[in-house]
Design a protein. Structure first.
Length: 347
């Protein structure tokens, strides 16, 4: 944070015009000298400016300097829901790289509201941010992102979207779904339930595609009633599972994310069933709570922090005029814990 300097007598902050007046040069000359952008400034004029800057204790205003360089050193980050701990980890990764590069972040939380996302994009464009990071997979932001694609601001999507050719960083959810299913197959399970989030959620669709592919390769017939869709909240998952009753249709549950798994596990216990003896569970995301459950939750560790950090790096390269890959994909890690009946426990 820049230290605020005031004039003697309390007349207000020292500005670039004060420096120009003291040095006997134009405001443009002061701006070019401080910007260091290669624009020719005579040695004598440069000396006068720097002497006045030192004498007046002038601290350049970041916004004004950004205007002269067509940069504000700010980036907008649009998040679907910060209650979702996955996105909280994404944001941590974004912030780490932003801080290393002197970039300030403006956060916008849409709470999965499409109209709010449109408003946020317009707001960020009005703030003249250098770029925008849009968190979350899906196609429901096409119109807003279309404004960005038309050149209003560089942007990166942190999530998978096959329909739109935008720069994106995301996890391989197909592979994650396959590996989670194979883990349960290796433990002897052949009766499955995929307890999903919203039916049209792209990440969930990819995980389900991996789930189906693994079943097929292990000669396990997929049936449509193996899929049970809802939302991301624990309460919704709890009610969906409770509704199935004690005659539970599966010995293994893949939950669309860890929050869904938490609700499903609570319902199974309230039905009088044992985890993992009667029903095994695997989640996705590896939120912190999953390790401290009893039984602890086996989960696919989706690399949220790495995705956020890489997304910020990609955006900075785009802002700098570099060519970037259209997609960057990370692998998830399987963390075997108690809820699946695995033989090892990982933090």
């Amino acid at each position: 944070m820049s230290e605020k300097r005031t004039r003697r007598g309390g007349e207000g902050r020292i500005g670039i015009r004060d420096v120009a007046r003291d040095a006997g040069v134009s405001v443009a000359t002061v701006s070019r000298t401080l910007a260091g952008d290669g624009y020719p400034v005579s040695d004598e004029a440069r000396r006068k400016v720097l002497e006045s800057v030192k004498k007046l204790n002038f601290v350049p205003n970041d916004l004004a300097r950004g205007l002269t360089q067509s940069r504000t050193n700010t980036v907008g980050v649009i998040v679907p829901n910060l209650v979702n701990l996955y996105y909280a980890r994404v944001v941590i990764g974004v912030e780490e790289i932003a801080a290393q590069n002197g970039i300030s972040i403006i956060f916008c939380n849409t709470n999965h509201n499409i109209a709010k996302r449109e408003q946020d994009i317009n707001l960020l464009l009005q703030k003249r941010v250098d770029g925008i990071i849009i968190c979350g997979s899906g196609t429901d932001y096409e119109s807003g992102s279309g404004r960005l694609a038309n050149g209003n601001a560089p942007f990166v999507v942190l999530g998978r979207n096959e329909r739109l050719d935008y720069p994106s960083v995301h996890a391989d959810n197909f592979r994650a779904g396959y590996r989670a299913t194979q883990h349960l197959v290796d433990l002897g399970h052949r009766q499955f339930l995929f307890l999903g989030g919203p039916e049209k959620w792209p990440d969930g669709s990819d995980r389900i595609a991996g789930f189906k592919a693994c079943l097929a390769e292990n000669d396990i017939e997929f049936q449509q009633d193996m899929l049970l869709f809802g939302d991301f909240a624990e309460e919704n998952a709890y009610q969906r599972v409770l509704h199935l009753g004690r005659n539970f249709p599966a010995t293994a549950v893949l939950a669309g994310n860890d929050r869904i798994a938490l609700g499903g596990m609570a319902a199974v216990v309230d039905l009088g069933l044992r985890i993992p003896d009667d029903v095994a569970f695997v989640g996705f995301d590896n939120i912190a709570t999953s390790h401290y459950l009893r039984p602890s939750l086996t989960t696919m560790d989706m690399p949220a922090r790495l995705i956020g950090a890489e997304g910020m790096r990609v955006l900075l390269r785009i802002i700098a005029g570099e060519t970037v890959a259209s997609r960057t994909v990370f692998e998830a890690d399987l963390l075997v814990r108690q809820s699946s009946g695995g033989t090892r426990l990982q933090a």
